[in-house]
Design a protein around this ligand. Structure first.
Ligand SMILES: Cc1cc2nc3c(=O)[nH]c(=O)nc-3n(C[C@H](O)[C@H](O)[C@H](O)COP(=O)(O)OP(=O)(O)OC[C@H]3O[C@@H](n4cnc5c(N)ncnc54)[C@H](O)[C@@H]3O)c2cc1C
Length: 150
């Protein structure tokens, strides 16, 4: 298995290195309006407040989750709007547990991978980096998706 060095956000940081000067952070979109000339997005600075601002473009690639987009003022077509409002999302939980030492390696000889359980936590995942180090170490203590346990 291959993993980004330092964790998954290495992917986002890679984009930031290349196009960071094009990114506006903390821009909370409040409105999305399109017509035959293009798209106008109204947003405000979620960190600092201030006046609402608008950006216009020929196209907008919108990746706001539907559960939020459905609450934002937009003029998307009725059919698309209905799909956005009615898309169900699943619950999911994941949590990390930090331990002083990597007992799963030292006592149980487990090096990376996943233990599947029949408990509500579903599964435990182990570090796949830093084998044989003294610690501390973090276990993925559980991972649930769908259903009541999430
Ligand atoms: C606990 C948990 C564990 C998961 N584990 C896995 C896994 O192991 N493997 C896997 O493949 N997937 C996993 N997933 C699913 C995966 O994380 C999601 O499918 C994925 O992150 C969705 O990406 P996205 O870009 O659509 O949405 P998000 O990553 O949710 O991005 C949406 C973005 O929109 C921004 N936003 C929200 N409102 C506004 C607004 N008004 N204006 C501007 N921006 C806004 C948010 O700040 C956020 O940055 C997990 C999800 C959860 C919750």
């Amino acid at each position: 298995m291959f993993q980004p060095v330092g964790g998954m956000d290495g992917i986002a940081q890679g984009f930031e290195r290349e196009v960071g000067d094009l990114i506006t952070y903390n821009a909370k979109v409040a409105s999305l309006q399109q017509d035959e000339d293009g798209v106008t997005v109204t947003w405000e600075d979620a960190a600092g407040g201030g006046e609402a601002q608008t950006s216009t473009a020929d196209y907008c690639v919108c990746t706001i989750p539907f559960s939020i987009l459905s609450q934002i003022d937009h003029n998307l077509s009725g059919d698309l709007s209905n799909k956005i409002s009615s898309m169900p999302y699943n619950g999911s939980t994941k949590w990390g547990l930090e331990f002083k030492r990597r007992f799963w390696e030292q006592d149980e000889q487990i090096y990376g991978g996943i233990s599947y359980t029949n408990q509500a936590i579903s599964q435990i995942s182990y570090h796949s980096t830093g084998y044989f180090s003294d610690g501390p170490g973090v276990l993925l203590g559980g991972y649930t998706w769908r259903g009541a346990n999430s």
